[in-house]
Write a protein that binds this ligand. Structure first.
Ligand code: ZN
Length: 755
């Protein structure tokens, strides 16, 4: 079998790099000029402020691009009060001061007075040779005044953002639902698909689209807007603590966009809130989402939620069976449906083709199912709603929003009230319940649905609770996760899982469940952007994995079932999930009872592909796909194919939230999925899988020096068809020509071992 072949031509991705011809003049040394406008610049960036401190211009001089230019009307800063009727209070009372004007640093300050509600002190600075303009905001002179108390401050605000030159190449990329890029936002965020990622939540979830930290919103604290392969802009907050924020990027009509960051007051009783972190606005010079993720990672690696746990490979407190020997998750299997006579044959059929362990996340506690799972010695996780309750005794502990409504999650019409985690009684109740699961079922894991990383509200405005006016209750949720983690340790196993993920929860969990990799075949965290997902305007990217993969929290995702009607996009979803470090999931949660499949309907090639991907992960690719650091995947110039799909796994709820009567349509996806990782020894491996049902030959130039810092190396090939590793070529002068003949639904690993 000849897998490694000589191609007649090799794709070279240098051909895609573009340059801007926009003239951007100005001073090359660090300078501050005060005239009709205030200009701070150096050789890399220029910030121009209007007299009131609002942003008139921000220029990336390295890539010759303007984020905004000539914006005279933008507000500099806005306050919101608790009553939500007073959104966006403005101030026309301000004082500007120059704080520092040296050859090393320029810094200015604006103090805004808001009608006796608060004063806001904002600083803006730029250092010599830096591309980072730093903003800070501090509120003072506040008094608690019920509904008229200050709830958040919006700063900075960039209004009047236009295309970066060619709108078809513009991208907004953000850690929304762990990572999406949104194409052509000047057009698509001013169109039928909605106004982009705003503070409000059109579908009425308790969390808004732009909230940080949230798996339903922003999982990390940054955003980016760039022109593909050219350059662009990056923004982040460097908050080591727990301030809740919104990172908004929205259309404002006329093909214009607006970026802003909201900072939530954590305690309404405080007279001053010093948001003690820099807000950075900076350049991107490559025009890739990976550049933004990599830049963020440099900072994230030094934060306590990473330094306290270290790499998963080195940790003693992770579940090795889950990490190293699990090939599939079955979520929401349906032993509750007595008419499903094929329950056991279906499980047997799937299990017969999956060589590794299967993690079962069981919504319905059912002895037959439990016994079946135990027969195979597969893992069994209880599914819990550990933050909501229908019980009268906990009604007073339920969360109130800013309007003082008690909020509930409805299950078959019954309100389960979102619980405030600052109550010890509630947390004790949960500990007892969870211990009961160990005692009764001897479960291997706890899985928490609707957790604070999903749709649960993360602020509580019931001031009668023990937290009083401290409405930011995130620490309560982290304590709850710590309790669960401790309880799991006590019971001799280590798995705690949650719905979705945020960076701050990495220390407590072994796995998280998501659906975003399923694209239009799935739903839930992507419901708010459904039209853009359906039309390939919103495209999933592994942004969270690019920053945090080697620190654990295994993703289980896919929202798949091995049935013909899902179509060949199934293979894309499975390949994408596994190559990006995740475990594939078969999900039966919302199947109509009369559509639950018989064992005879199972498509075994679909199951076998998941098994092949799993074996890559648990055997030859283990050091990379499980424990490695994700690097930039090579551009192999893949073709695309369009497939019809129909996923029966939907319900009345999905129809209401997705606005679609069914999960069926067409989806266009890549033929070749790629990923790259570096293992602990510094070796790099590139993974490729052909998701198309036809042989695909690809030739490309591997840029080992540019992408991975490797100048000379041997390249070894291992594949799912031939697991014996053999040398196929060498990297010389930082490059190697790669030609691969890829069979359908097979996995290829190219290891680059530096010499
Ligand atoms: Zn509360």
């Amino acid at each position: 079998m000849k897998e490694f072949i000589n191609m007649s031509s090799y794709f070279n991705d240098n051909s895609r790099i573009r340059t801007s011809s926009l003239p951007i003049d100005g001073k090359n040394e660090l300078s501050l000029e005060e005239g009709a406008l205030i200009t701070i610049e150096n050789e890399r960036v220029r910030l121009v402020l209007n007299p009131n401190g609002s942003i008139n211009e921000f220029a990336n001089k390295e890539s010759k691009l303007y984020l905004v230019k000539g914006a005279t009307e933008a507000p500099p800063i806005r306050l919101s009060l608790v009553d939500r009727n007073s959104q966006g209070l403005l101030s026309d009372n301000y004082v500007m001061t120059i704080l520092e004007n040296t050859a090393e640093k320029k810094a200015i300050q604006f103090v805004y007075t808001f009608n006796s509600r608060a004063d806001a002190t904002c600083t803006i600075s730029l250092a010599k040779n830096s591309d980072e303009v730093k903003f800070r905001v501090r509120l003072s002179n506040m008094t608690y005044n019920g509904d008229l108390s200050v709830m958040d401050v919006e700063y900075p605000i960039v209004e009047g953002i236009k295309t970066l030159g060619d709108k078809e190449k513009d991208v907004y990329a953000a850690p929304f639902a762990t990572g999406f890029k949104f194409l052509n936002p000047t057009q698509n965020f001013n169109d039928v698909y909605g106004l982009g990622i705003g503070k409000s939540s059109p579908l009425g979830y308790p969390v808004s689209m732009s909230t940080y930290p949230s798996g339903w919103g922003m999982t990390m604290q940054f955003g980016s807007y760039y022109s593909e392969n050219l350059g662009g802009f990056y923004w982040m907050t460097q908050d080591q603590e727990d301030y809740i924020k919104n990172f908004t990027f929205t259309g404002i009509g006329e093909e214009e966009l607006r970026m802003s960051i909201y900072h939530h007051v954590d305690d309404l009783g405080k007279t001053a809130v010093n948001f003690d972190y820099d807000i950075i606005l900076a350049n991107l010079v490559m025009g890739k989402w990976e550049e933004a993720a990599s830049r963020y990672k440099t900072w994230a690696l030094e934060q306590k939620w990473v330094t306290l746990i270290g790499r998963a490979e080195d940790r003693q407190d992770i579940n090795r069976k889950l990490f190293e020997k699990t090939g599939l998750t079955i979520f929401g299997f349906r032993p509750d449906v007595s008419s499903w006579v094929d329950m056991i044959p279906t499980y047997d059929a799937i299990a017969s083709r999956i060589e590794d362990d299967i993690l079962n996340i069981a919504i319905y506690q059912n002895k037959n199912y439990f016994d079946l799972v135990r027969e195979y010695n597969h893992a069994y996780s209880v599914f819990e709603f550990n933050t909501i309750s229908p019980l009268e005794m906990f009604y007073d502990n339920s969360i109130r929003n800013a309007r003082q409504d008690r909020l509930a999650f409805y299950i078959h019409g019954t309100p389960f009230y979102y619980q405030c985690p600052k109550s010890e009684d509630w947390l004790d109740n949960r500990n007892k319940t969870e211990q009961g699961y160990f005692d009764t079922y001897n479960v291997d894991a706890l899985y928490f649905d609707v957790f604070a990383t999903a749709v649960h509200p993360i602020e509580c405005f019931d001031l009668a609770h023990s937290h009083g006016k401290k409405v930011n209750i995130l620490d309560g949720f982290y304590k709850q996760l710590q309790n669960a983690s401790d309880l799991a340790d006590l019971n001799g196993f280590y798995s705690v899982g949650i719905e979705m993920i945020t960076e701050k929860t990495l220390a407590y969990v072994d796995f998280y469940q998501a659906r975003a990799n399923g694209g239009p075949l799935g739903w839930m965290e992507t419901d708010e952007i459904r039209g853009m997902v359906d039309n390939n305007i919103a495209i999933k990217i592994p942004m969270f994995e690019r920053v945090y993969h080697e620190f654990g929290a295994i993703r289980t995702d896919g929202y798949l079932v091995p049935l013909d009607e899902l179509g060949d996009a199934y293979y894309y979803i499975a390949g994408y999930t596994a190559l990006n470090g995740g475990i594939n999931e078969f999900n039966y949660e919302y199947f109509p009872t009369n559509k639950l499949p018989g064992a005879a309907q199972i498509n075994f090639e679909m199951v076998d592909y998941v098994n092949r991907l799993s074996k890559a992960r648990t055997t030859y690719g283990k050091d990379y796909m499980i424990y490695g650091e994700m690097l930039n995947a090579p551009d192999v110039n893949t073709d695309y194919s369009t497939y019809e799909y129909s996923n029966p796994n939907y319900s009345a709820t999905s129809i209401a939230t997705t606005g679609r009567a069914s999960l069926e349509g067409e989806w266009t996806v890549e033929d070749i999925v790629t990923a790259a990782y570096k293992n602990k020894d510094g070796n790099v491996a590139i993974f490729l899988t052909n998701v198309k049902n036809a042989v695909v030959s690809k030739g490309f130039i591997l840029k080992a020096l540019r992408d991975y810092g490797i100048e000379t190396a041997d390249v070894y090939l291992t594949s799912s068809q031939n697991t014996e590793r053999r040398i196929v070529t060498t990297v010389k002068n930082g490059e190697a020509k790669i030609g691969l003949r890829m069979q359908p639904h097979q996995v290829y690993m190219l290891e680059i071992i530096a010499k």
